[in-house]
Design a protein around this ligand. Structure first.
Ligand code: NAD
Ligand code: UGA
Length: 472
């Protein structure tokens, strides 16, 4: 087994940055260099102000401050990073394709291919290549073919090592991972040695029994499967939330009741305004595409339902706001508490908030957003990405402010889109006093105390509970 002392990670994003920081902090003898084409991102990772790292994750700045400049480095010199490293992680983005065959469904592998070509052209000695990005099953074959056919005839070992961290808890997820999955070629001695070299890194802080070794294709497919199962649970409970609202059942009570069954378990059954994030939708679309490409249309239809329920849930939430506000929100100020796709992250990719905002902007509402970590410019770029109207119109009707009380002042309704902890302890009486009446709260995360708010005078809607507004 080769002892690894130099690692390069291509891609300094939500996965590459935190993952490499945790490896560097657990393995002081390994030099870890994270490289990226995005010069601003690298400058931010290297910036003196640890409050302004490109990614907000609890615990991240402490780790970066402890190891940056010692054995963790961020650089734009990709070639040098590749040359020096014995092991190269590919951690670049794999978004949904926006063009050509598979548009809107398949994963776009152009960045993966670029990495493979760059590694092939630069490498002058044997290297282990680790797929960290989430990719369609059998992508390792593509990487292998590129490396073998375009390079300097160097031998490469390809491993699949998908990442299961969730944003907002990334450091803890990495430090205490439930499992670490390594897929590789067990049929050759070099393949087995490469698997062991990677396993040895993780064994520095994870118990050996948590390291699962499989063949390449099982590992690649397990990543898509895990995300599909997690998202499916959220869509399942969200589907039940609609039934709850029509029948007087309480979705949180239902979740508690079923979650107590150890076969079901209590995680990922919290009803919400819909799941967001960069991966659930993208990975399920990819799974649907793969299934259909394999001629497995029933399988494709099955997984597609998870996404259909998710957009239904977001739409249902927005339409409920319109209906409750006497069928019109035109010119009415609606306050949004939260924009990030979940708490403790500044990531807004596929956030439910942007879809709800988009629907309300179609009804010509005026939206005022407060989110503790998300900038106004990010909100505008999310809306631009949806492409429903011009940037000027979005900018005229949606504003972000840095004070939640100001966001809510003179609003007709408050919509809670993210479950930030600070929302729980607001002075709701003060907020109520400064709102238009009747004052509505639409809690898309069920974090408020319905009775307390009702006693103050609010009209409250919670997902799967209805609360004191008759739901649609
Ligand atoms: P990201 O967009 O935050 O980061 C990717 C980075 O790669 C960007 O900074 C980009 O500039 C860089 N990059 C792209 N092509 C490059 C190239 N050729 N050379 C150098 N740098 C290049 O993405 P992310 O959220 O970190 O996700 C990365 C992968 O990990 C995706 O496949 C994703 O599905 C997967 N994943 C993400 C998460 C998550 O929580 N975000 C969790 C598990 C897995
Ligand atoms: C998810 C997976 O949890 C990670 O294991 C995976 O590595 C990652 O995707 C990925 O591949 O990118 P992430 O999207 O960061 O992680 O965050 P989650 O905690 O999974 O939340 C996703 C969305 O589902 C959020 O919008 C969250 O609010 C929502 N959610 C989650 C619910 O509505 N209810 C729940 O019970 C759980």
């Amino acid at each position: 087994m080769k002892k690894i002392t130099n690692i390069c990670c291509i891609g300094a994003g939500y996965v590459g940055g935190p993952t490499m920081a945790v490896i560097a902090s657990n393995c002081p003898e390994i030099k870890v260099t994270v490289v990226d084409v995005n010069t601003q991102r690298i400058a931010d990772w290297n910036g003196a102000d640890l409050e302004n790292l490109p990614i907000y994750e609890p615990g991240l700045k402490e780790i970066v401050s402890a190891v940056r400049g010692k054995n963790l480095f961020f650089s734009t010199d990709i070639e040098e990073g590749i040359k020096q490293a014995q092991m190269i992680f590919i951690s670049v983005n794999t978004p949904t394709k926006t063009y050509g065959k598979g548009k809107g469904m398949a994963a776009d592998l152009k960045y993966i291919e670029l990495c493979a070509r760059q590694i092939a052209s630069v490498a002058d000695e044997e290297k282990i290549i680790v797929e960290k990005s989430t990719i369609p099953v059998r992508t390792a074959q593509t990487i292998k073919t590129i490396l073998e056919n375009t390079g300097n005839k160097i031998k490469f070992q390809i491993l699949s090592n998908p990442e299961f961290l969730a944003e907002g808890t990334a450091i803890n997820d990495l430090q205490n991972a439930d499992r670490m999955l390594i897929g590789g070629d067990h049929s050759t001695e070099e393949g087995r040695k490469a698997i062991d070299s990677l396993a040895a890194i993780y064994e520095r802080w994870l118990p050996a029994e948590r390291i699962i070794k499989t063949n390449l294709w099982s590992s690649e497919l397990s990543k898509l499967t895990a995300n599909a199962f997690l998202a499916q649970r959220v869509s399942s409970i969200n589907a039940m939330s609609a039934i709850c609202e029509k029948t007087g059942a309480d979705v949180d009570e239902v979740a508690r009741a079923i979650g107590a069954d150890s076969r079901i378990g209590s995680k990922f059954i919290k009803s919400s305004v819909g799941f967001g994030g960069s991966c659930f939708q993208k990975d399920i679309l990819n799974l649907v595409y793969i299934s259909a490409s394999l001629g497995l249309n029933e399988v494709a239809d099955y997984w597609e339902q998870v996404l259909l329920i998710n957009s239904y849930q977001r739409r249902r939430f927005a339409e409920n706001i319109v209906t409750s506000l006497f069928n019109t929100v035109a010119g009415k100020k609606i306050a949004f508490l939260g924009w990030a796709f979940k708490k403790d992250t500044n990531d807004t990719r596929e956030t439910a908030a942007m879809y709800v905002a988009d629907l309300l902007l179609e009804e010509t509402a005026d939206i005022c957003v407060y989110d503790p970590k998300v900038s106004q410019s990010k909100m505008y770029s999310n809306l631009e990405h949806l492409g429903t109207r011009s940037n000027e119109e979005n900018e005229a009707h949606l504003k972000a402010v840095s004070d939640p009380y100001e966001a809510c002042r003179d609003s007709h309704a408050i919509a809670i889109l993210t479950e930030w902890d600070e929302f729980r302890s607001y002075d709701w009486q003060r907020i109520f006093d400064n709102m238009k009446k009747p004052a509505f709260i639409f809690d898309g995360r069920n974090i408020t105390d319905c009775k307390k708010l009702t006693d103050i005078g609010f009209k409250v809607y919670q997902i799967g509970r209805g609360c004191n507004i008759a739901s649609v």
